[in-house]
Design a protein around this ligand. Structure first.
Ligand code: TYD
Ligand code: MG
Length: 456
């Protein structure tokens, strides 16, 4: 039997008829693998497969004559998910949900399936019906219109979906699906590509939105070709630290809305819980008067988030001082320590430094620099910082405090949560409208001013 094979780049999904050392599409080396793509005998069967009901021919039309699409959005019943999607699920869209194993992707989408009032087809190639039932019992909600189907053949799945006509289809996960017309193993590039293509066609044809769960590789990208991200309408990423309960749902791509919104959840013993007031949970109560912690006014997407940064600075026992950071970039920590040493003469060079962002969140907002610096000094000098004070500013190499984006929102959130003082950059402070605020806004321009203001 004649077998057709082809070569695929594991980094970007480009195809080549023969093996090449360097991908001509993305430039990476040694990424091509051979995959069986089609057996001859399947060619006839293909004619019997699931097909769109109507094959309309489109003709070029004047843009002016095309009416605006009134996008109908389905309410998911989950405020955080609605918010992340930009207001709900757009009909006919394909939504990819990526995340590390065990982070809660299946739970998130099963909860969506069980929330009602939508009619949902939940397809799982990973778990048995009983396992799904067990999880559903744990989550505790019952939607009489939730159908579970365990199959991995994408043609069968789509045939059932056409019969059932659900409001949404959920696929857990794309790496387990196989198209009968391709002979490579599930999870291989050609399978993932073909199956996603089928699901995409189904969604556009039937106007039924499809959620696709995708695993993530160690490097943090959605496994399989990058191409998968190009094929779908929305890419969501579910992330968090497994040791902690908090999970963030982030939009990486959205054809129907902004990518700035995030959803925040906590994983409980009975499923994921929406968190609408994250700041209040992330700051521990101020009754211990211990040194080494400071609150930073950060921003996740468009959402202000006040976080506690914790530092421990102690004399180095071994020759080379240790530096360790959780939830914060280690190189950035080294930079901040160097700035503190050079500009303020603080002896961090002889100390071990440990930094932690409470709640297991990973933040890349430069505005938390000032909070980090405050917690470092607090621990070094063993001076407690009141939890009524928070910080928002980026620290530059010469020790200057630089302005940060959306300062007004940060200040408002601090005021809402009852902070008495917020330290921000002096520069471009005109961005902060002169309004009646319940919070004192202190503007500083250099870190030695921080030392004087807070630690003297
Ligand atoms: P899961 O949704 O299976 O992750 P994924 O599909 O991303 O691989 O989540 C599994 C983890 O969540 C597992 O470690 C158990 C935990 N969990 C809870 O803590 N509470 C719950 O109610 C459920 C259903 C799961
Ligand atoms: Mg899963």
């Amino acid at each position: 039997m004649k077998v057709k094979t082809s070569f695929f780049c594991t980094a970007c999904g480009a195809e080549s008829p023969k093996w090449i050392g360097k991908c001509t599409s993305c430039g990476s080396w040694n990424t091509y693998v051979e995959e069986v793509i089609e057996k001859k005998s399947h060619a006839e069967e293909k004619s019997k497969a699931w097909k769109p009901a109507k094959e309309e021919k489109t003709v070029p039309r004047k843009l002016q004559e095309i009416g605006a699409l009134s996008t109908i959005r389905l309410d998911t019943g989950d405020r955080e998910l609605n918010r992340t999607l930009g207001g709900g699920i757009v009909l006919g869209s394909v939504i990819l949900v990526g995340g590390q194993p065990g982070i809660g992707k299946s739970t998130l989408l099963l909860q969506l399936a069980l929330a009602g009032p939508l009619k949902v087809l939940y397809v799982s190639g990973e778990e048995s019906e009983e396992q799904i039932k067990m999880r559903a019992d744990r989550v505790g909600k019952i939607n009489p219109d939730c159908y579970v189907y365990t199959d991995i053949n994408v043609s069968n799945i789509l045939k059932e979906a056409v019969k059932l006509q659900p409001d949404i289809v959920i696929i857990d996960s794309i790496q387990t699906l196989v198209s009968p017309f391709i002979d490579s193993t599930p999870g291989s590039i050609s399978q993932v590509r073909e199956c996603t293509g089928e699901l995409q066609r189904f969604a556009k044809e039937s106007n039924i939105p499809v959620f696709i769960i995708g695993h993530i590789t160690k490097e943090g990208s959605i496994a399989g070709p990058k191409l998968l991200e190009h094929m779908v309408d929305v890419v969501l990423q579910f992330e968090g630290d497994q040791q902690y309960a908090y999970r963030i749902l982030r939009t990486l791509k959205n054809r129907f809305g902004s990518t700035d919104e995030i959803g925040i959840y906590a994983m409980d013993t009975n499923g994921l819980r929406e968190i609408s007031n994250p700041s209040e949970l992330l700051i521990s109560p101020d009754d211990t008067k211990l040194s080494g912690s400071a609150v930073a006014a950060s921003l996740e997407g468009l959402r202000p988030l006040l976080l506690e940064t914790q530092a421990l600075v102690s004399p180095a026992v071994y020759g080379t001082p240790q530096r360790s950071a959780t939830g914060f970039d280690l190189r950035r920590l080294s930079m901040l320590l160097a700035v503190l040493e050079k500009r303020c003469g603080l002896p961090f060079g002889q100390n071990d430094v440990f930094l932690n962002i409470a709640g297991g969140l990973r933040v890349s907002d430069p505005a938390i620099d000032l909070g980090v610096v405050a917690s470092l000094i607090s621990s070094l000098q063993d001076i407690h910082i009141s939890k009524k004070i928070c910080f928002a500013g980026e620290v530059g190499l010469s020790g200057e405090i630089r302005p940060v984006s959306r300062i007004e929102q940060r200040v408002q959130e601090a005021a809402r949560l009852g902070f008495e003082t917020i330290y921000i950059s002096k520069y471009r402070s005109e961005l902060l409208a002169k309004k009646e605020l319940k919070t004192d806004v202190v503007m500083i321009s250099r870190i030695d001013e921080l030392l004087q203001e807070v630690f003297s």
